[in-house]
Design a protein around this ligand. Structure first.
Ligand code: PGA
Length: 249
């Protein structure tokens, strides 16, 4: 089956310079476009993208519905705003906020149960890559992150984001990225079977920009991109979307 390209902007703790051109320019694209603003701006961006082709996602969420979790946001709150996507286990959540694979798995399971398109991020650090442990690290993140999902794989998206490539300007070469994406697809096949593995979208993230997106998306197993820095200026984000639309997967 053909996997539809997804171009996702992860704004982190930033705002885009202007969202309107993204909405205006992308009405009839043959790909999926997603923006993930900070929690405080989900409402306002939702009003802006409503009735447009641009989808909205959150950058994080808690697995509990409510309770004494100061500073946290639940899936129910996201749902009440009409949010359809969520990013789980981003490397900054793992490394800056010490989220474990087990916690990430709880959030993934809850997201799927609640009907969200759930983007599970995986990625190795530079030390892990240099020590040649990167495949084992990714395999472990996938095994735990996807635990207990059983027949609910339809709304899972994986994002492979090598930590050493995030915000550093160092991108994995298309060859190395493809090698990891193929590996991830093989692991998903072991966990969930061949059909799930061939349908699942695997995004690449880590210093994606206009000049490298084409080669990355041309790889057989790369089905889109999760973009930080280059998603904050509408001109760059739009250009990436335009380039992505010309790629046939
Ligand atoms: P970057 O961030 O594009 O700025 O490297 C990607 C991400 O962290 O999702």
């Amino acid at each position: 089956m053909t996997r539809r390209i997804l171009i996702a902007g992860n704004w982190k703790m930033n705002l885009i310079d202007d969202i309107q051109p993204i909405i205006d320019n992308n009405a009839n694209r043959k790909l999926d476009i997603l923006v993930c603003p900070p929690f405080t701006h989900l409402g306002i961006v939702q009003s802006a993208v409503k009735d447009s082709a641009v989808k909205l996602g959150a950058q994080n969420v808690h697995d509990e519905d409510n309770g004494a979790f100061t500073g946290e946001i639940s899936y129910s709150f996201l749902k009440s705003l009409g949010i359809e996507y969520v990013i789980i286990g981003h490397s900054e959540r793992r490394h800056v906020f010490n989220e474990t694979d087990e916690f990430i798995n709880k959030k993934v399971r809850k997201g799927l149960k609640k009907g969200f398109q759930t983007i599970l991020c995986v990625g190795e650090t530079e030390t892990e890559r240099n020590a040649n442990r990167y495949k084992a690290v990714i395999e472990n993140q996938l095994k735990i992150g996807l635990m207990g999902i059983e027949n609910n794989f339809e709304n899972i998206i994986i994002a492979y984001e090598p930590v050493w490539a995030i915000g550093t300007g160092k991108t994995a070469t298309p060859f190395d990225a493809e090698d990891m994406h193929r590996f991830i697809r093989e692991k998903v096949a072991e966990i969930a079977g061949n059909e799930v593995a061939s349908d699942i979208r695997i995004l690449y993230g880590g210093s994606v920009k206009e000049d490298n997106v084409k080669e990355l998306l041309r790889q057989d197993n790369i089905d889109g991109a999760l973009i930080g820095g280059a998603s904050l200026k509408y001109e760059h984000f739009n250009k990436i979307i335009e380039i992505a639309e010309l790629i046939n997967i």
